[in-house]
Design a protein around this ligand. Structure first.
Ligand SMILES: N[C@@H](CCC(=O)N[C@@H](CS)C(=O)NCC(=O)O)C(=O)O
Length: 235
């Protein structure tokens, strides 16, 4: 059985894992998970106990959750393709640093903005949360601009899985309309470069349920019902 990625829509952070699978060249299926309904249901919690996407099911049926674990798994399998690096090498240390920053600081900066639109709040509370979110997103952009320090890519001389994950989060700025990205030239350059990437275009099309052109690894969609059936058979 090929790899299967359970990805959340709309606007999920699973986006980076879809891009990573495309870049990796491995064969994989996708399973679409609607948020917040399906993702919080009892069926999906058999795939991901905490009710979050993404989760990657491996060919032996093992489930790997958390973007950092999924990207780490793909990186380890793609060292020969330059997407991952030898453990302990300077590039691997930088990859882990960038992924940790993106997952804890960059992703987290948007949390107040998501909360403000997803929960019933007074106008005053919503405004306070939005102001807090805006300050956090501005700060995280400035930090990432510093970390990029004029580089074209987050790690080394070419794209890595950190760039895949970056793209899935950075586009949230367009959804929430926070910063003018051109005020951060290196970050904006990275974003614009990735916008033209076929795997990024593929992930956008998948999210929007449009016709999507894969580099070749995508085998098609499977349903949550199919996957739960497979889990039962394997048990
Ligand atoms: N720490 C997790 C966070 C995953 C996460 O927050 N996923 C969101 C989508 S970006 C989710 O599934 N939310 C459930 C919901 O919206 O109900 C990771 O990095 O993979």
């Amino acid at each position: 059985m090929p790899l299967t990625l359970f990805y959340g829509v709309p606007e999920g952070c699973s986006f980076g894992s879809i891009v990573a699978l495309e870049w990796s060249g491995v064969q994989y299926n996708l399973c679409r998970v609607d948020m917040p309904e399906t993702v919080s249901g009892v069926d999906y919690k058999r795939i991901n106990a905490v009710g979050e996407t993404p989760t990657l099911m491996l060919p032996d049926g093992r489930l790997v959750s958390e973007s950092m674990a999924i990207l780490g798994h793909i990186a380890a399998k793609t060292i020969d393709k330059g997407l991952g690096f030898a453990p302990g090498s300077p590039e691997d240390d930088r990859l882990k640093q960038m992924l940790a920053f993106l997952n804890t600081c960059f992703f987290n900066a948007f949390s107040p903005l998501w909360y403000a639109i997803e929960h019933p709040l007074t106008d005053e509370a919503r405004e306070a949360l939005r102001a807090y979110g805006i300050a956090k997103v501005e700060h995280a952009h400035a930090q990432l601009e510093t970390l990029l320090d004029g580089r074209k890519w987050l790690v080394g001389d070419g794209k890595s899985l950190a760039d895949a994950y970056f793209m899935g989060i950075a586009r949230w700025n367009d959804f929430h309309k926070v910063v003018d990205r051109t005020a951060y030239p290196a970050l904006n350059g990275l974003y614009q470069r990735l916008l033209d990437d076929p795997a990024v275009r593929f992930a956008h099309a998948i999210e929007h349920a449009e016709e999507a052109t894969s580099a070749g690894g995508f085998l098609g969609h499977v349903t949550l019902g199919d996957m739960l059936g497979r889990l039962e058979k394997a048990a």
